[in-house]
Design a protein around this ligand. Structure first.
Ligand SMILES: Nc1ncnc2c1ncn2[C@@H]1O[C@H](COP(=O)(O)OP(=O)(O)OP(=O)(O)O)[C@@H](O)[C@H]1O
Ligand SMILES: [Mg+2]
Length: 418
């Protein structure tokens, strides 16, 4: 029987897009755990295989979905924390479960992985949380944390405490610096953008109370999935009828396109009632070929595949600083679209303004001018987005940007935060 590992901390970064875990024994260094094969991150995704009733996680889940296996894919589950949808029941392997239960299933996989890899369960578990699960609603925010705690307890974790994700990212960075510095830590993930102004230094890590070193934290509910949604609305949904004018000159009602661009809402569109409603939109189209595409996407359940295509094209256009083409021949032969660097900049400008404003608010709350910072420390997958880096460079022209471990930093920081 596996026991409890004493004086050991497990850090769990349950992310909107990716999750990671790190372990620390005593005052030693944090070490990332392998969570899917050799990889130290696992996509926060589940696939319920309808053919053999098995549940798949991570890359394996996405691969089954993209291979066309009959079943249901779930992603972006963290975005449901704090919303009323969390307690909605849905059918999984012929049983009704809540979305909170599905989050718990994913955490159960993490608990099993940790136990197998460590030979027992650490006696302390620190989970990350965004600065705000829900913007501007303290009661729903508390509810979101309580739901995540319950999901973790149901999954078999005990002694769970929470730490804001950007503070964890800062603590990870602190392990590697040689001199004291005032740093703006920027964590831009799939669901949220979080900021912390913090005083870091080699001698400070051991102090019991770090409260006075954390000068301010801010967060806004904007992240990579919002970038994907915006790009989808600009570049993909018009192909299915968004902004299309019908015979009377009226635009096709837009609701279905917003849902189809939002990872955690896509699955609701496949319900018979939603499909009937979409079918009824046909008379709103002047060019029914566009409606045929919409119906092909709903009937063949291609929504997540579209979301996946736009996310890949976003990353490719940003990494290569060149146009990335999407082949959408699986919707209609010959159909395609392109994400260009200029399009990234233009379509995402409004969202990037919100992110930069949140960074500036953090500095303002800390009572600092931009020149007072020694560094901007970047973590989270979306912090790699080229126009985002440019926007931060414009807002803080004199501050060097330092890139951290984009996907593992928060988990490592959580493990050293206890
Ligand atoms: N090179 C890249 N350029 C731009 N975006 C990227 C890049 N690589 C990954 N992303 C985006 O980063 C996001 C995932 O980042 P990350 O794993 O840090 O998020 P998360 O921790 O799961 O989310 P959160 O912290 O908000 O809960 C995705 O939206 C993905 O599209
Ligand atoms: Mg994150």
């Amino acid at each position: 029987m596996d026991g409890i590992l004493s004086d050991t901390t497990l850090g769990i970064d349950f992310g909107t897009s990716n999750s990671a875990m790190a372990v620390r024994q005593g005052a030693g260094p944090a070490r990332l755990l392998r969570v899917e094969g050799e990889a130290t991150t696992v996509p926060t995704a589940l696939f319920f295989n309808a053919e053999d009733q098995r549940t798949h996680f991570g890359r394996d889940a996405i691969a089954h979905y993209l291979a066309g296996t009959e079943g249901r894919l779930m992603r972006s589950l963290k975005s449901l924390l704090g919303s009323s949808l969390l307690q909605d029941q849905t059918a999984v392997h012929h049983r009704m479960v809540s979305y909170q239960d599905i989050i718990s299933l994913f955490l159960q996989m993490l608990a099993r992985t940790a136990r197998e890899s460590l030979g027992g369960m650490p006696d302390r578990v620190v989970m990350g949380r965004p600065v705000h699960f829900v913007d501007g609603d303290a009661a729903r925010d508390r509810q979101a944390e309580a739901s995540l705690r319950q999901a973790a307890l149901d999954a078999g974790f005990a002694h769970v405490s929470f730490q804001p994700e950007p503070i964890a990212a800062a603590l990870d960075y602190e392990q590697r610096i040689g001199a004291e510095a005032l740093v703006l830590v920027v964590d831009i993930g799939g669901g949220t953008s979080d900021f912390t102004v913090v005083r870091l230094g080699p001698g400070r890590a051991a102090r019991a109370d770090r409260g006075t070193d954390i000068l301010a934290t801010t967060g806004v509910h904007v992240g990579g999935t919002d970038f994907d949604r915006r790009l989808s609305l600009e570049l993909l949904m018009p192909l299915l009828g968004l902004h299309h004018q019908g015979p009377t000159g009226r635009e096709v009602p837009s609701r279905v396109f917003f849902d189809l661009s939002t990872w955690h809402l896509i699955q609701w569109l496949y319900a018979p009632k939603a499909v009937r409603e979409a079918q009824a939109l046909r008379s709103d189209y002047a060019d029914v070929r566009l409606h045929d595409r919409l119906m092909a996407v709903l009937q063949q359940r291609l929504g997540h595949r579209m979301a996946d295509a736009i996310e890949r094209a976003k990353i490719a256009a940003s990494l290569q600083d060149a146009a990335a083409a999407m082949d959408l021949g699986w919707i209609e032969p010959g159909l395609g679209a392109v994400v260009a660097p200029e399009g990234l900049e233009r379509h995402l400008a409004g969202l990037l303004d919100q992110v930069v404003a949140c960074a500036q608010e953090c500095l303002g709350n800390a009572g600092l001018a931009a020149g007072a910072l020694q560094a901007i420390y970047l973590t989270g997958g979306s912090s790699a987005l080229r126009p985002l880096r440019q926007a931060l460079r414009q807002a803080f022209p004199d501050t060097p940007q330092i890139e951290g471990d984009l996907f593992g930093g928060v988990a490592s920081g959580l493990a050293v935060s206890a």
